[in-house]
Write a protein that binds this ligand. Structure first.
Ligand code: PBG
Length: 339
């Protein structure tokens, strides 16, 4: 530890009373506001939204109180509300009524996510950024993020062919950014080629680049009615590893990712900082379902101050270096941030 030459007690033999007083700048709300180093803007927040095929009423996700599977009608309303509240982007997920081994719904031009994208783009126009999640796990009856080979392993190269098709139908439906979240090798390059060949050169790719095999995704599996048995450890990253995040991010950028993501957020802030210092594309962090549910559950018991904890966690993620924060609190909290 080296000390700054400017922070030296000018009179070590003096009265003993402190001369430098950092507390001076913390004394009032106005001073704290003036000297704040981290300020999360509504524009930095990304709101995930779920459209569930075949619903007539929105359905609250039991493990994520306050988060809903939407009908087409309530999805449009939630999207419009989020835009009114100032969020920077919407990230859409679809939950199909029927699942099958190949996740056909993900590549169907009229699949549920493509419907969601068309509806939301029609509703909000270009007032915000609309992002589509590319994956098969919501659409496969086995719940894996790709198709399986005869031995039951996820077949990497066959799966990225389907991701490429999904990217094109999402872009056709109006997605400006597509976000492959399956952790298949080569997915970004394959998607970039497919988008370019389909005339979607200007559709951007947000890579879920450093995505850990995390148990913080638990409630999301309820949200999308995942039928996964087993786990994703064969393709998502080992929680204790650091270097492979650098490798994944370097590969994604080389393959054409316009932005990269670290996921989850709070337990991986060292990775957010590392990646931010390492690459020159925007870095997003995903404050995932379990992070949301833990705070909501503790707050429901009166154990923590919900609103303050949410704002503190957003500031921490931003401080670690993430520019975009994907969070289920985006729409609600955007209007409460000091601009
Ligand atoms: C994959 C996907 C997942 C999440 C976002 N996209 C689930 C997974 O990889 O298991 C998790 C998000 C969250 O937990 O909030 N479609």
């Amino acid at each position: 530890m080296s000390f700054s030459p400017y922070v030296r007690d000018p009179d070590p033999a003096g009265s003993g009373a402190p001369y430098y007083r950092p507390r001076r700048l913390r004394r009032t709300p106005a001073l704290r506001r003036l000297t704040a180093e981290t300020r999360v803007s509504p524009a930095n927040l990304v709101q995930p939204l779920f459209l569930r095929e075949g619903l007539t009423e929105p359905r609250e996700i039991s493990s994520m109180p306050g988060v809903f599977q939407h009908t087409r009608d309530t999805l449009r309303k939630a999207a419009a509300q989020a835009v009114d509240n100032g969020v920077g982007a919407l990230m859409l997920f679809g939950i199909p009524e029927h699942k099958d081994p190949r996740g056909t719904g993900a590549v169907d031009p009229d699949g549920i996510l493509q419907t969601a994208l068309r509806d939301v783009v029609a509703e909000v126009g270009d007032s915000t950024v609309v992002i589509g999640d590319i994956n098969l796990d919501e659409y496969t009856d086995h719940g894996h993020t790709g198709v399986l080979d005869p031995s039951g392993d996820v077949d990497n190269d066959a799966s990225i062919e389907l991701y490429a098709q999904a990217a094109v139908v999402q872009a056709d439906a109006g997605a400006e950014v597509v976000a492959p979240s399956g952790m298949m090798d080569g997915q970004v390059r394959r998607i970039r080629r497919a988008l370019d060949e389909a005339g979607h050169q200007s559709v951007a790719i947000l890579g879920y680049s450093a995505k850990y095999a995390s148990h913080f995704y638990g409630p999301f599996r309820d949200a999308v009615e995942s039928s996964l048995r087993g786990d994703r450890k064969g393709y998502q990253q080992v929680p204790g590893n650091i270097r492979e995040s650098l490798r994944e991010v370097e590969l994604d950028v080389a393959e054409g990712a316009d932005m990269v993501m670290v996921k989850p957020a709070l337990a991986y802030l060292d990775i957010v900082r590392l990646i931010t210092d390492h690459v020159h594309v925007p870095v997003a962090a995903y404050q995932v379902s379990g992070e949301y549910s833990m705070v909501e559950a503790a707050a429901a018991k009166g154990w923590i101050d919900r609103d303050e904890v949410v704002r503190e966690s957003l500031a921490a993620i931003h401080r670690a270096g993430a520019t975009q924060i994907i969070t289920y609190w985006a729409s609600e909290f955007a209007p409460t941030l000091d601009r």
